[in-house]
Design a protein around this ligand. Structure first.
Ligand code: GLU
Length: 419
């Protein structure tokens, strides 16, 4: 099996954007490396009295547009290269969304399901303390990512309050309601992906009505994408999680499936499923819309040829490798790229951060409306650029999204005198 290094993939995508925009090698060199990468070792006293040592990172990719912004993931396979790639993708995502942020990302190499709640708390606080010199309301603002949630953000926030002797609500987003968070942040990534898919469906078919959908991954992003797509008339016929997937040809009820996952640990126990499938099989189903909502590198040159969906909306970061994308583009499959399709999370994070700094300003209804509008506008901006400025037989939507995103970062670097 070919293994894929997300950092190499991210650099390939950057290289393509640099060529498309006709920028010099020095711009590539500046953007190919993170400005700063911190590695920390985190000893944690376990419940049984033993000590386990974990490794964590924070990558600060680029700050031309503002403070670094991006989540922290807890995953057994996370490494420095993955975190760097994810931080680079955040730079493009934040730039494309028009946010006043650069890109950053953090990670700890850990399987959080193997830790007790108290062990997770000690690990989270120790990690944040270890990176506390680098983060700050105007320096670097972490948030949730894979297997981290509002509870973990609360521990981050508290660790920072202890170190800095101040209650800096804006130092981390994705917090729970009682600590300055917003309810809408929970739904934001999946809801945003559903909005992006809806806008794409309008362009392709006039709307979502009756379109079949398969969703890989049933965490926060996958579940809410499924929920809103179903609510807006699409038929979600397959979903999966790390233990496997299910098919319900007549369409499943995303809330019912979520309940089953919460109660039994996996979507595979959903009683109305007619068939169990693997994660690989889910990707190759004959559906209209495919939503990869798990991790990177699931659509590669090994399976791209077998993908039958007409539209792919990337809720995950980096699910499609550049080599796979060449094949998808040749097949005429439209990919709404991650930096566009999953920006809902960080767009909502920005609203939360502004709200924190103003001591409360926006209602949940206003926040959700803003998020929806911004996602739809962003989609249309990229779509129009793609259709009007690029040769669509040669370039795909990701090329358009990258061109807009990289160009904005480069303009900011020029203004600052970096290049
Ligand atoms: N982790 C999310 C992402 O990949 C959200 C980041 C944030 O809210 O800062 O976009």
């Amino acid at each position: 099996m070919v293994t894929h290094d997300p950092y190499e993939e991210a650099k390939k995508q950057l290289r393509q954007a640099i060529e498309l925009l006709g920028l010099g090698e020095e711009v590539y060199e500046i953007l190919a490396y993170p400005e700063r990468l911190l590695q920390v070792r985190i000893p944690v006293k376990m419940d049984d009295g033993s000590v386990k040592v974990f490794i964590g990172w924070r990558s600060q990719h680029n700050s031309a547009l503002g403070p670094y912004k991006g989540g922290v993931r807890y995953h057994p396979n996370t490494d420095a290269h993955e975190v760097i790639a994810l931080s680079m993708w955040m730079t493009w995502k934040n730039s494309l969304a028009g946010l006043p942020y650069g890109g950053g990302k953090g990670g700890i190499r850990v399987d959080p399901h193997k830790l007790s709640k108290n062990e997770l708390m000690r690990l989270s606080k120790a990690y944040f303390e270890a990176i506390s010199d680098l983060v700050g309301v105007d320096q670097d603002i972490p948030a949730p990512d894979v297997y981290t949630d509002p509870q973990v953000m609360s521990w981050f926030f508290d660790a920072y309050a202890k170190v800095k002797r101040g209650q800096y609500f804006g130092v981390v987003t994705g917090k729970p309601l009682d600590l300055g968070g917003m309810q809408t942040r929970i739904i934001a990534t999946g809801f945003g992906t559903a909005v992006a898919a809806r806008e794409a469906a309008k362009k392709l078919w006039g709307g979502l009505e009756g379109k079949t959908v398969a969703v890989q991954g049933y965490g926060n992003a996958g579940y809410y994408a499924a929920k809103y797509l179903a609510e807006w008339g699409a038929k979600v016929i397959a979903v999966s999680d790390s233990r496997g997937g299910i098919i319900v040809p007549d369409g499943l009820d995303p809330d019912e499936v979520k309940k089953v996952k919460n109660e039994t640990g996996s979507v595979i126990n959903y009683a109305k499923a007619t068939k169990k499938i693997t994660n690989e099989e889910l990707l190759e189903l004959d559906v209209d819309i495919l939503v990869p909502a798990a991790i990177e590198n699931v659509i590669t040159e090994a399976n791209a040829d077998k993908i039958k969906a007409k539209l792919i909306a990337e809720a995950a970061n980096g699910p499609t490798t550049p080599d796979a994308e060449v094949i998808l583009t040749q097949k005429g499959i439209i990919v709404v790229p991650d930096i566009l399709a999953n920006a809902g999370g960080v767009i909502m994070s920005h609203i939360e951060w502004v709200n924190n700094r103003m001591g409360g300003w926006i209602t949940e209804e206003e926040a959700k409306a803003r998020l929806e509008q911004k996602m739809a506008n962003n989609f249309l901006r990229v779509w129009d650029y793609w259709q009007n400025k690029l040769d669509t037989s040669k370039y795909n939507m990701r090329a358009a999204a990258y061109a807009i995103a990289v160009d904005r970062v480069v303009r900011a670097m020029k203004l600052r005198g970096w290049i």
